[in-house]
Design a protein around this ligand. Structure first.
Ligand SMILES: Nc1ncnc2c1ncn2[C@@H]1O[C@H](COP(=O)(O)OP(=O)(O)OP(=O)(O)O)[C@@H](O)[C@H]1O
Ligand SMILES: [Mg+2]
Length: 458
């Protein structure tokens, strides 16, 4: 017999065996009660698993009527590995997401490697007979079936401990980080009812890459923020609240507000912009401060102008004399109270930023570590800040006028905002830089003449 005839015989034998098996199965389905069939199939299932070296964890979408967080985490985590799927993935994007999210589709399989341990994820979707009519919520057509979605994670039995104690917590952590990074930032402001309103998307483009401040200061700030973000364990261990306060001070136009935008973008934290002059009493202030979400930055700009920050003894005396009048204003002690309240409340990962043009006007109580942990001085434009601005606006890193500009910047007090204004006027370095040199020379002359002018005016 030829090979060809041989394989035909085998194929037809297999086909007839399969047909007989199907016949027997359908006959058995009709003749044997379902309880008996279920009993044998479960015995067979147990037997098969008894000899298998694999262990499987089923992660269903719901636990009763509650969402299963492990399922959601698996969905997000596997979404980043969806490109490894062979046939189909699902894509989605909600209003608040920055980019589309992917998830693996029915019967797809993803292989993952965790510290050398190979695991397999599978996604299942099927309908299950209801056991209790009240138990499931998605009963749209009065159907007696419910849809079950589940991920199954399987691996070699010997890795059970590692998967339970390290891999699953790792998947939860990763999913949290991925979700947070994909959320667009929100900006909140105080509404007429003294509540936070907005949640409008904050799309300020400033980043630490484009912020023009000295490289050392930039590194110091980003290191501090990194330490803060990674600090959960440290803050828990030392019993400190997981909060950090920054005071940004310096003349107008030196980049205080720009730095706040860069911080929010760097951390991917929401911003709560609190205009103290719009808050009528200490009580409302405290409520607002307590009603921020986690992973957020509370900003109070121009703190020296919005509140009369006299020293506290004075405030107490006045308080006794004019209690009624005072009650309709935010006071220094009200502000200190609100900050301390924020520090001691249960929420985590909060940052508070104050800005001022006049640090010397602020009460030392406001500035002590624990309230304002890091004081950041933003000053006039240095040559290194100028180079960053030239790179942002003109896309150049060097020019034959840079040396002259470097010298002038040592003599003239000019803000990054002024330089940015000049750089915006022309798009090309050849036209723009000579104008900047002229602008700096003019400023130098004005500065040299200023003391004389003030003498004349006296
Ligand atoms: N350090 C900087 N890096 C990059 N751009 C800057 C910097 N400082 C200022 N600018 C530019 O100048 C504009 C004004 O700066 P910004 O609002 O950050 O200053 P500010 O210190 O908050 O001023 P004010 O005290 O008046 O609130 C910004 O929109 C930005 O274009
Ligand atoms: Mg500002």
């Amino acid at each position: 017999m030829s090979n060809n005839t041989n394989s035909t015989v085998i194929v037809s034998a297999v086909a007839s065996a399969a047909a007989s098996a199907m016949l027997i199965r359908s006959a058995a389905n009709e003749l044997v009660p379902s309880e008996v069939l279920e009993y044998f199939s479960s015995k067979f299932f147990n037997l098969r698993h008894h000899f298998s070296s694999r262990f499987t964890i089923a992660i269903e979408e719901y636990q009763g009527m509650m969402c299963n967080h492990m399922y959601e985490a698996a969905e997000v985590y596997l979404g980043t590995k969806a490109a490894l799927a062979r046939h189909r993935v699902r894509a989605s994007k909600s209003g608040n997401d920055k980019s589309p999210a992917f998830s693996i589709d029915k019967d797809e399989e993803i292989l993952d490697d965790f510290e050398g341990v190979k695991v397999t994820w599978r996604f299942f979707r099927y309908f299950e007979q209801r056991t209790n009519r009240n138990h499931y919520i998605n009963d749209f057509n009065g159907s007696s079936k419910r849809e079950v979605k589940s991920y199954e994670l399987s691996f070699h039995k010997k890795h059970k401990d590692k998967i339970f104690n390290s891999y699953l917590p790792f998947v939860l952590e990763r999913a949290k980080a991925i979700e947070e990074a994909n959320m667009a930032l929100n900006l909140y402001t105080v509404g007429s009812e003294n509540e936070w309103i907005g949640g409008v998307e904050f799309a300020h483009p400033m980043s630490f890459k484009t912020l023009a401040i000295d490289a050392d200061l930039k590194n110091k700030i980003t290191d501090d923020l990194d330490k803060f973000v990674k600090g959960k364990e440290f803050y828990n261990r030392t019993g400190k609240a997981w909060k950090r306060g920054y005071l940004l001070y310096g003349p107008p136009g030196t980049g205080k507000s720009s730095l706040i935008a860069a911080m929010a973008n760097y951390l991917n934290y929401d911003l709560y912009d609190l205009d103290l002059s719009a808050v009528p009493t200490n009580r409302e202030l405290k409520n607002l401060v307590l009603n921020m979400s986690n992973r957020s930055i509370l900003v109070m700009e121009d703190i020296d102008c919005t509140i009369k920050l006299q020293n506290r003894e004075e405030e107490e005396e006045e308080d006794n004399m004019e209690r009624d009048k005072k009650e309709s204003k935010v006071t220094l002690s009200g502000l200190l109270n609100a900050i301390d309240g924020l520090w001691s409340c249960c929420g985590e990962e909060r940052i508070i930023v104050f800005t001022t043009n006049h640090k010397e006007k602020l009460d030392p109580a406001l500035l002590r570590p624990g309230r304002m942990d890091m004081h950041i001085h933003l000053s006039y434009c240095t040559f290194s800040a100028f180079k960053q601005l030239a790179c942002n606006y003109l896309k150049i890193s060097d020019h034959n006028l840079f040396q002259e500009i470097e010298g002038l910047l040592r003599e003239v007090q000019v803000t990054p905002a002024e330089i940015a204004g000049e750089l915006q006027k022309k798009i090309n370095a050849e036209n723009c830089l000579p104008d900047i040199v002229k602008f700096l020379h003019n400023k130098k002359m004005v500065e040299q003449n200023e003391p004389k002018l003030s003498v004349i005016m006296e």
